[in-house]
Ligand binder design. Structure first.
Ligand SMILES: [Ca+2]
Ligand SMILES: [Ca+2]
Length: 84
């Protein structure tokens, strides 16, 4: 589980959550998630794709994405794409 890049990733993820976490609960809900992905798109235009993407991140299905969940996904994505 431990790796050299882990703390850097954690910092980035926390920063990312802090940026989009409008209500300050340290979780990303679907509305905040949409703003993260589609800053210029209205909430009305949320697509099934985006809902599905949210479900991928929300590992315990509590309708909130935690820093930990985001980290796990980022790490998983990192296996396919070394950039970002
Ligand atoms: Ca929030
Ligand atoms: Ca969750």
């Amino acid at each position: 589980m431990e790796s050299l890049g882990q703390s850097a990733t954690e910092d980035n993820v926390k920063k990312m959550v802090g940026t989009v976490d409008e209500n300050g609960d340290s979780f990303i809900d679907i509305k905040e998630f949409m703003e993260l992905n589609f800053k210029r798109v209205d909430a009305v235009t949320v697509t099934d794709d985006l809902r599905n993407a949210f479900l991928v991140y929300d590992l315990d299905n509590n309708k909130l994405i935690s820093v930990e969940e985001l980290q796990k996904i980022q790490r998983r994505l990192g296996e396919y794409c070394s950039l970002e």
